[in-house]
Design a protein around this ligand. Structure first.
Ligand SMILES: [Fe+2]
Ligand SMILES: [Fe+2]
Length: 153
């Protein structure tokens, strides 16, 4: 498996969960469960993707701009997740924010899969693509078992 195939596994989970999230209504256990799963998925994926995909790319001249762009979108998703966590789950604004998250996630994945991966494909060699896949998977697994607050030092 190469790094692109490894990243796409989580992308499919993100698409599925963000789609399910906007089908929920009110402060229900279903909404809370799907939100917790999506929040953890986005967290573990972003930590591992930042460290074992974007950082190596950032070290190259042709990878610098796509990396900056992607990291700023990761930050934007983080902020929407924060707003959702702080908003009353039964408030109508919650669904507005969830739809914003859905659109941001879909836009970001589309851009990664159709633009950034093509560019990264030219920057990384086959060996790097395999090694990064392994490192990404180990990091992803590690952070799936953790809460976002572990990052607060
Ligand atoms: Fe991704
Ligand atoms: Fe990403």
């Amino acid at each position: 498996m190469d790094i692109f195939e490894a990243l796409k596994v989580s992308h499919e989970v993100q698409r599925d969960l963000s789609g399910k999230l906007i089908e929920t209504s009110g402060d229900t256990s279903e909404r809370r469960e799907i939100f917790a799963l999506l929040k953890n998925e986005l967290f573990a994926h972003a930590v591992a993707e930042d460290r074992y995909f974007y950082i190596p790319l950032m070290m190259t001249d042709s990878g610098l701009n796509i990396t900056r762009h992607a990291l700023s979108e990761h930050h934007a998703m983080d902020e929407i997740l924060e707003s959702l966590t702080e908003t009353d789950f039964s408030h109508s604004r919650w669904l507005v924010l969830a739809k914003k998250l859905f659109e941001t996630v879909h836009h970001h994945l589309q851009e990664e899969e159709h633009r950034f991966f093509q560019q990264a494909g030219k920057i990384l060699d086959d060996n790097q693509k395999r090694i990064l896949a392994k490192k990404y998977q180990a990091e992803y697994k590690k952070y799936k078992a953790k809460h976002k607050d572990v990052l607060i030092g």
